[in-house]
Design a protein around this ligand. Structure first.
Ligand SMILES: Cc1ncc(COP(=O)(O)O)c(C=O)c1O
Length: 435
């Protein structure tokens, strides 16, 4: 029995299914990490792999980044959390607000889920309306409302002209489903027609500019402009989930668009490897959280929010993820995507690669999907993807379980070349099964 197998046997007795988060589950058992250094992770068996998963896109400098280790170690010796504010949250808020034009004020929380939840509640508090709209299939964390339609499938997604509000979890309140309007991605005409049916009721439209489960294809400028215009006309807000996409540009993915969001949710890389989230936006809207107002429209707290460990780590991480680092990393991703596209052509397999910034996703489809329904992975495709991921894993490469990769500044061409040659072998292996 391997060390991981032994641990999993013990874990099964105390953790549901032996895991604390379903994303890391692998058949027949998950692997257990011993240590990470830069872009490499070593498991308990002593096997080292290149880490393209980066704890689900949350590490921008890889593991044990010296700048973060030093500052967090110093802070730890002074204490990890207090029933007081600390200087670190002010310093970090200043850095992020200077970095993004749409941020006047910021409120830190502890996860992306919490950031999206706070953003939807702030939208409701500001507009006095209850409903929200979101893109079909988009992942926004675990809040009941944000979760709607996230796992829609051909049996329950309904007519594309009026996608169903389908639940993820059994027992989701019907009221939550009724209060979420689902629109198709990048489809201006259909989306506006659907929104028009709820024009007096929408607190906000929630959008991820590069939604992972929708295919990791960027939102078009036309789509975002149309949603922005609609929200101006109907006293609603346009809010962006940049929990993952904040890494795609110096000021987040929003930098690539004509219009700015009213509010932005963040998470992942802004924690420098520690649990983090944040909600940011204009003074006018962020006032709903302000305890100095005569009436606080959205009373909001969190025991570990803005704890100095996360603030110190985040500040160190983002200081070093400056414009030069963003540009360099995004160039490396372009090199990776071009090399993978070449490998696909060389092997002659029906596959393609999508993505932007420092993220990309491999699809076993001839053409890049344009929306969630086209990106949807059926059982046959899912089995092939698992086979490809297992091949990569067994050959020193770790990807996210949707066959997606995120880069870290610890990587260079050497790691990309290893990924591409391993992928190429994997494509050769799958080819006979795909024709
Ligand atoms: C776009 C997006 N929003 C929200 C979340 C939720 O973040 P967390 O897992 O930190 O709660 C995620 C997590 O993967 C995400 O990708």
């Amino acid at each position: 029995m391997s060390k991981s197998e032994r641990l999993f046997e013990k874990a099964l007795k105390v953790l549901p299914g032996g895991v604390s988060r379903n994303t890391i589950f692998r058949k027949p058992h998950p692997f257990y990490a011993e240590k990470g250094q830069g872009c490499y992770v070593t498991d308990l068996e002593g096997v080292t792999r290149i880490d393209f998963a980066n704890n689900m896109a949350s590490l921008i400098h890889g593991h044990a980044y010296p700048g973060i280790v030093d500052s967090v170690t110093k802070q730890l010796a002074k204490g990890s959390c207090f029933t007081m504010a600390t200087e670190s949250e002010v310093d970090y808020a200043e850095l992020l607000c200077e970095r993004v034009p749409s941020f006047d004020k910021i409120r830190f929380v502890n996860s992306g889920t919490e950031a999206v939840m706070a953003m939807l509640k702030a939208s409701r508090a500001y507009t006095g309306k209850a409903k929200i709209a979101k893109v079909e299939g988009a992942y926004h964390g675990a809040y009941d409302y944000a979760e709607v339609s996230q796992t829609a499938n051909p049996n329950n997604w309904g007519d594309i002209d009026k996608p169903n509000s389908s639940p993820v979890a059994v027992g989701t309140p019907t009221k939550a489903l009724e209060d979420v309007v689902v629109i198709p991605f990048n489809d201006v005409e259909r989306a506006i027609k659907i929104l028009d049916q709820h024009k007096d009721d929408l607190a906000c439209i929630l959008v991820d500019l590069l939604p992972h489960r929708v295919g990791l294809i960027p939102a078009s400028n036309a789509f975002i402009n149309a949603l922005h215009k609609w929200t101006r006309e109907h006293k609603s807000l346009l809010v962006f989930d940049e929990v993952i996409t904040f890494r795609t540009n110096y000021s987040g993915a929003q930098q690539n668009y004509d219009v700015s969001p009213d509010l932005t949710a963040m998470g992942k890389i802004i924690g420098g490897g520690f649990p983090a989230g944040a909600l940011a936006g204009s003074d006018k809207i962020m006032k709903v959280l302000d305890p100095t107002e005569p009436k606080v429209l959205l009373p909001h707290s969190g025991t570990f929010s803005a704890n100095p460990i996360t603030m110190t780590a985040g500040l160190a991480a983002m200081k070093d993820f400056d414009q030069a680092a963003v540009t360099k990393l995004n160039k490396l991703a372009i090199y990776a995507k071009e090399s993978i596209t070449q490998a696909i052509a060389d092997v002659g397999i029906n596959a393609c690669v999508t993505g932007a910034g420092s993220m990309f996703r491999i699809h076993l489809k001839a053409q890049p999907p344009k929306n969630y329904r086209e990106a949807y992975v059926d059982k046959t495709q899912s089995a092939l993807i698992t086979k490809l991921l297992d091949h990569l894993f067994n050959n020193g490469v770790m990807l996210i379980n949707t066959c997606s990769a995120t880069l870290s500044t610890a990587m260079g061409k050497k790691e990309i070349d290893h990924l591409v040659s391993t992928l190429k072998d994997g494509f050769e292996m799958l080819k006979p099964e795909m024709t």
